[in-house]
Design a protein around this ligand. Structure first.
Ligand code: MN
Length: 243
């Protein structure tokens, strides 16, 4: 099992969970919401080879964390994985969009300068602006659009840019999510949970539950579960090699 977008550090019992996650998952990418959190979490999660901590600054935090922007950019040289970064254009965060854009612009420019990174990207309510920036920095690395919720046209644009996609069980629930997943190349999809923010029956989705997407993908891809699993694992190996 693979979870390519987890907030493992934010589960109430994160430290106790670590060994179970390391055992049950082949790989877990822990995205962080600020460079300081990245620093602290990296230290704590250090002992597991198959749990990696990504350097991030959540777009919802940008306004409160302006004093960490420099640290974010200067730490990119030391981080193999970047995330969660991106833009949030929804009602509550629209006011900081210009600031968010300037941060994402700096991050992508620095990723390009450093030879490319694997980048987990948030794009709620701002898909086309995110795509504009990704087009501006074609050598930023391997952008993974996490829980993409734009339009069909936007997703086609993202595919043309070469984006990857991380998809969680909740995206499978609605028709819109499934229509978007149909547009994603099957060799560019990775499982994610976005837990603990995503819950099921009032409990946070656990990192090993990312693979619940297999059920939905069997249908969409017309494949047996074994094939779906093998395909997701192959994707994961491909992106790690590229990074
Ligand atoms: Mn997230």
């Amino acid at each position: 099992m693979i979870d390519f977008h987890s907030h493992l550090d934010l589960y109430p019992n994160a430290l106790q969970l670590l060994s179970e996650v390391a055992k049950r998952n082949i790989f877990t990418l822990v995205v962080t919401t600020s460079p300081r959190a990245w620093q602290a979490t990296s230290r704590l999660f250090d002992s597991y080879d198959n749990i990696k901590v990504a350097l991030g600054m959540h777009p919802e935090m940008v306004e409160r964390k302006t004093n960490e922007i420099e640290m974010l950019v200067s730490s990119i040289s030391k981080a193999k994985f970047i995330g969660e970064v991106g833009l949030d254009g929804s009602q509550s965060f629209r006011e900081s969009l210009l600031l968010q854009e300037s941060v994402l612009n700096k991050v992508l420019a620095e990723c390009e300068r450093q030879g490319g990174r694997i980048i987990s990207i948030h794009s709620r309510g701002a898909s086309s602006r995110v795509l504009d920036l990704l087009e501006k920095y074609p050598l930023a690395g391997k952008p993974i659009l996490h829980w993409f919720s734009g339009t069909i046209q936007e997703i086609r644009r993202a595919v043309a840019i070469g984006c990857w996609f991380s998809v969680g069980p909740s995206m499978m629930l609605g028709k819109k999510g499934r229509d978007l997943i149909r547009e994603m190349p099957i060799d560019k999809i990775l499982p994610e949970t976005d837990g603990p923010f995503v819950t099921r029956e009032n409990a946070p989705l656990m990192p090993w539950e990312a693979f619940n997407i297999v059920l939905g993908l069997e249908d969409l891809w017309g494949m047996k579960p074994d094939k779906v699993r093998a395909n997701l694992q192959r994707n994961f190996q491909t992106i790690l090699k590229a990074g």
